[in-house]
Design a binder for this molecule. Sequence first.
Ligand code: AMP
Length: 398
Amino acid sequence: MSDRNILVINSGSSSIKFALVNEDQDEFLLEGLAECIGFPEAVVNWKENGVKKSMNLNGADHAGALAKILPVVQEVSHGKLTGIGHRVVHGSAHVTKASLLTPEVIKVIEEAAALAPLHNPPGLMGIEASLAVYPELPQVGVFDTAFHQTMPEYAYRYAIPEYLYTEHHIRRYGFHGTSHLYVSRKGAEMAGLPVDDSCWLVAHLGNGCSTTAVVNGESRDTSMGLTPLEGLVMGTRSGDVDPSLQIHLHRTFGWTAQEVETMLTKQSGLLGVSGLSNDMRTLIEASEQGHERAALAIEIFCYRLAKSLAALSCALPKLDGLLFTGGIGENASLIRRKTLDHMRIFNFKLDDAANQACTRGAAGKISLDGHPLVMVVPTNEERQIANETLELIDAIAK
Ligand code: AMP
């Protein structure tokens, strides 16, 4: 086993998700979640070599929580912690790759908070706490937006007045880049194709959902835009709606900007249509038992996903395959089948047995020979963040 371990941190407003990743080992040495940070019931749960453990955090803040997690990390890594990789959602157009968390890069994250108000501020809380607790270690930011910085201007610009782009940085950025990058690389490896000569449609379907067209290892277009609200139907997010909807709700019913935002981000998507749940598993079970709104939510989800994939095919010179990932993409054979049923002119044809066998981390081809390749490729954002962190540390050491 390599001596090199990376602690991967994904910080939310009241949570810190973490994993200790060894360079050579598939299994993480440590995987955990600190929850209710800043509240009396703050607690950290983690899995260490398959054993579940838990510790009370006594109302700790982010720094307090990390200070308690560190000794566990040090013990499990036998004091061999090489660096820390932080997931950062928005790096605006300034960040095109994983970056050392210098004061300049932290300033970029602060400035991009206006574009990702729900994600960047809690991410910064984790970064600042981590820099305070582990000042001697190299710490790297890995950005969800970075992978999409290769989109051509005609894909990332909105058709709105130019000054909104030049003065206020309003453009499409794209998200889930770490996952789309990992999955497209892995897909090329699984198909035996060189990354730099392969073209993929990737559907990342979790609580948040996005599609990306990847050409020779680069993102050429993606479904999310200025914020992670654009594009597909998601667990609680609407995805695309007519922008006039907001004006209509305001003008006709007096809704405030905050009310519109809450409705579109927290009360819409699968939850809004079904009136039941944002969880695809629950909806599939309910629709099998005759719940009509759950069935409709699934239909809208799949049709809109198919439309997005078909639209993104415009960014590809050829199609080497379609890759499904994320909790829904990796597990829900029904969603994969229904989506492809809408894409008849692509000539996809699923191997039903293979499609049904791909759940719970099983990867592989689910299409029949003689038809375009479709694969399930489990994502691994922690591994990708650890890899990029190590690559940067090595590059700096040279
Ligand atoms: P993620 O955000 O990647 O963890 O994905 C969460 C989504 O995956 C939720 O909508 C879950 O219901 C869905 N999911 C997980 N397992 C299954 C499954 N076996 N069948 C259908 N959906 C699933």
